[in-house]
Ligand binder design. Structure first.
Ligand SMILES: [Zn+2]
Length: 373
């Protein structure tokens, strides 16, 4: 007896299967499943299914003041089955976060901020005594499942006078614990972006890749993507959207797309303020922005499933395959105009919306709030 069968499960490539779930895992994927199940879910003709959406840059440790949110508000209720908190906490407070995260419906993972209290203040890397290798080692040892990488925020307001030193420290920590994903936030100089990029290796993740800042990948004089950014992308450095309040610009994303440079993964950098007041709102809206830029829906879905699972070694997630976690997002497309605003106030109109209808996490089915709007 299976726990759940999902019938008429049509993916974005218009292939329809049946999916059997047992004990939170995908037990069978077949044209037809004859085995009985405790629960059946029939997708309607206008619904699609994908592996559960993964948002690899969020802030959801609710006890923080600056950037915080509640995992289920940005996760299960928005069609997102898994979130990765990007460095809200450091070695001193990640244990508390890990405890809280056990009580959520949404799968929560974290990147450990190399600064020991995380983002308690905007300038967490201005005082390098907060980066302590022994505390970091201990945290990585204590929470091997919860911590999926480390985070260093490398922009002017964060690092004070420390230049590239925090990034060099992060790279050393990463090498001592290899393989350990590293996410680097980019923003205003110093440090200069080309200097940051020169320290990165294949597989390192650059978030806020399409920000509209002078120290970004786009040259506002020539209207082209900077040569060193192209060189970095070609070396296999991962470009992650990390939309955020300040860090997604349509002009940059469009020029990159036209030149053939596409973000590797799509994420929100969501927290309570940019969720409620925008410009982020949720992952679906961020996906719609990339659709307007020119990405196809299959590409977009790959960048919120397969790509983040691979980049952060979430080996049981990211695809609909036997043996993997039974995490799915069920969604539909609605043909209706929607105003989309980037971080710099530029507006685009989407003609097609992607609307999560149900979220399935570990085989549990949740109705999506958005579908009621
Ligand atoms: Zn962030």
């Amino acid at each position: 007896m299976l726990d759940l069968i999902i019938k008429n499960a049509r993916n974005i490539h218009e292939e329809t299967v049946e999916i059997g779930v047992q004990a939170g895992k995908i037990a069978t994927v077949a044209k037809e499943i004859t085995e009985p199940a405790l629960q059946e879910l029939h997708l309607s003709e206008n619904e699609y299914i994908s592996a559960g959406w993964i948002d690899d840059h969020v802030h959801c440790y609710e006890k923080m003041q600056l950037y915080y949110d509640y995992p289920d508000e940005i996760g299960v209720t928005q069609g997102v089955t898994t979130v990765i908190d990007a460095g809200t906490t450091g070695a001193e407070n990640i244990g508390d976060f890990a405890e809280l995260a056990k009580c959520t419906k949404t799968n929560v993972f974290a990147l450990l901020n190399i600064s020991k209290w995380g983002i308690v203040e905007q300038d967490e890397l201005a005082d390098l005594s907060k980066v302590q290798a022994d505390l970091i080692n201990e945290a990585l040892e204590n929470y091997p499942e919860f911590i999926v990488g480390i985070k260093a925020r490398m922009s002017k307001t964060v690092i004070g006078d420390n230049g590239l030193t925090p990034l060099q420290m992060a790279k050393k920590i990463q090498k001592d614990h290899a393989p350990l994903p590293l996410m680097v936030h980019i923003g205003s100089a110093p440090p200069e972006l080309d200097e940051i990029f020169s320290l990165l290796d294949q597989g390192d993740v650059v978030t806020h890749c399409f920000n509209g800042k002078a120290n970004g990948i786009y040259d506002w004089q020539t209207g082209k993507i900077k040569a060193f950014a192209w060189e970095t992308f070609k070396r296999g450095i991962i470009f992650d959207i990390g939309h955020g309040t300040d860090s997604f610009n349509f002009t940059v994303a469009k020029e990159a797309f036209q030149e053939g440079l596409k973000a590797t993964s799509i994420s929100t950098d969501i927290y309570i303020r940019n969720r409620k007041k925008g410009p982020v709102f949720n992952l679906a809206t961020t996906m719609e922005k990339l659709r307007v830029v020119g990405y196809s829906w299959p590409e977009i879905l790959e960048k919120v499933t397969v790509a983040p699972a691979k980049n952060f070694n979430l080996n049981s997630k990211g695809a609909i395959k036997e043996g993997l976690d039974a995490d799915f997002t069920i969604f539909k497309f609605v043909e209706a105009e929607k105003e989309l605003i980037d971080s710099n106030g530029n507006q685009e109109i989407a003609s097609e919306q992607i609307v999560p209808v149900k979220t399935v996490i570990g085989g549990q089915v949740y109705d999506n709030e958005l579908s009621k709007v």
